[in-house]
Every structure is written in C-alpha cells, then in structure tokens.
Design a binder for this molecule. Sequence first.
Ligand SMILES: Cc1cc2nc3c(=O)[nH]c(=O)nc-3n(C[C@H](O)[C@H](O)[C@H](O)COP(=O)(O)O)c2cc1C
Length: 327
Amino acid sequence: MSIKSKQRFAEMIRGKVFLAPMAGVADSVFRRICKRFGADIVVSEMVSAEAVNMGAVNTKELMRIDQAERPAGIQIFGAKPDSMARAAAFIAEHVRPDFIDINSGCPVPKVIRKNGGAALLREPELFRAIVGEVVKAAGDVPVTVKIRSGWNVNEWIDIDFAKMVEDAGAAALTLHPRSKTMMFSGHSFWDRIALVKQSISIPVIGNGDIVAPADGLKMLRETGCDAIMIGRGAYGNPWIFDQVKAVIAGKEPIAPSSIDRLRIAKEHLELSLAELGETQASREMKKHLAWYIHGMPGASVLRNDVFRAESCEKMIGLIERMFSVVA
Ligand SMILES: Cc1cc2nc3c(=O)[nH]c(=O)nc-3n(C[C@H](O)[C@H](O)[C@H](O)COP(=O)(O)O)c2cc1C
C-alpha cells in the first residue's frame, strides 16, 4: 500500500479506542453494542486462513461486518505465508474490511499446535515472510499485526518483531505485552509498549489490562502509544469505552445503572437470537449475561438460573424478572 494510504490509516487510528479481537466473545452483535458505547474501531474474532481458503461456512459468519461496525478489521491466523496471502487477497476483495490484522499472539493450544498465533514468536523468518506476503496480497487494504512480547517472560522479542512488522510494510502494530507462557495471568508489562513505541515509526496500539475508566489515559501517558485496545474490560461492560474516553477528555465517567445493564443484556440476547438462532445464541449468551449482572443484588441466584435455562426465551424471562429486583 502507498505511503499516503498508510498515513491516512495512521491518522484514522490516532487516539482511538479499539475493541480487542476476542474469539467466542466479540462477535458482530457484541461489536455493534460496543460501538454504540464508544468503541471507535473493532476487530473480528480470529479466522483461520486455511478455513477461509476452503470456504468453510462458519468462516463466512466470522467475517461478516455490519456497516454499523466500521471501521472494522478482520483478523486472520495461520502458519503458511502462501495460504495467509491467499486468505488476505480473498478478504481484501470480497469482505473489504478497513484493515486486515495478523494474529501473532494467540496462546491457545489449538492454534499453537498448528504453528499459528504466538507460535510465530519463535519463528522470526516465518513471521517476516507471513507479514510481507500478507501486505503484498492485501493490496490497498492496510495490514496490522498483533503480537505478544515474547514466548517466555524476560526473553522479550517485541522490539525485533516490531521492526520486522514495520519493514514488511504493515500499517500498525498492536502489542499485548505478556509472554505466551503467561497466558492471561499477572499484569501486562506496559513498559514494553513504551520501548516498542520508541523503536518504530508506524503507530503502536497498546493493549492489556485496561479494565477501569482511568486505565486508558494511564496507558497513553505511561507508554506514549498511539491508540489503545480493550478486551476483557468490556465483558458485560460496553460502557467502558465511553468511560475511558471521558477520562481522556478530562470529564467525569458515567457509570451505567443496574437497569441500564439489564436493558442492554436483554437487547444483546434478543439480537443474538435474531442473528445466530436459538442453539448458538443460548450457548454464547450465558457467559455474557453472567458478566452483565455481575455484582447486582441476587446475581448469583440469577446466574445459576441462566446457566440452567434451556432456551433464550427462558433467559429473557429471567432478565425481565430481575428488573423488579434492582429497581
Ligand atoms: C476470550 C478471549 C478470546 C480472545 N481471542 C483473541 C483472538 O481471537 N485474537 C487475538 O488476537 N487475541 C485474542 N484474545 C486476546 C485479546 O485480544 C487481548 O489481547 C487480551 O485479552 C489482553 O487484553 P485485555 O487485558 O484488555 O483483555 C482473546 C482474549 C480473550 C480473553
């Protein structure tokens, strides 16, 4: 892609708050809800390049971008430069996302076993080839890369990998500064974001442990990163985006009431039911509902009832009853 397009992309993301890609959590419905409450840019759940190339049916759903989500990226993972490039070319032509993101941070065994995600952190040459080929194949669609800081704690490779990302022509880098071995434990090493930011000139999106309204400003100040990305802090809490942005703007963040939370929980469930159907929606929504009601009076009883509920209709009834409990 041209230098001008890269500059345009850098301008588009500067100071923005991203919703992190989260498999099994951040589907199109949740992404749209997060956008309503302030998420500026969203990323799809990770999609296997091999599955894209085989035309797998569930991949089509994973790559669906509603206009209300834009700007939105599609994230791909894989271990072969040619198949990653083919998938990127297909996505660039047929899905037309605002960017394509390469997953080089996922630590789950299913992905690591196939040498994808964070496994690439141990394969610098393969990583370089993948980013280079995907950038070429994506044409005018900007490519971003999401990495962890390394495989092992204190064996950080993030600066070297960030430089490879920049040299290969990518438009931005997202850094989640944990090691693969940490999975999601402990706290992310924000000082790594600052060091990486100082080492490259493409934008750096900082990610990791933004869970409270003041954390976004803190990360921006401490690391100098260009944009921030929120994952688990948005669990049952899409309001976090507006709250983080309020603090950045020097305003008081507004907390949702229990009624607000129940209202959005119900809407999330109804939208999921309409778009995913009964089986998938009831499977996906139980965890979301548990997150929405967390900390409310009577939440533990309701959570048990939700997990036992056999249908979305039953879950909707349970939430409706909860309105009178919290009113
Ligand atoms: C349930 C779950 C699913 C995730 N799925 C993905 C994924 O598909 N692609 C990816 O790059 N990262 C994935 N991540 C990592 C997040 O994008 C993010 O980097 C990580 O959670 C740290 O940010 P946080 O502290 O704000 O949650 C996932 C994390 C969680 C908790």
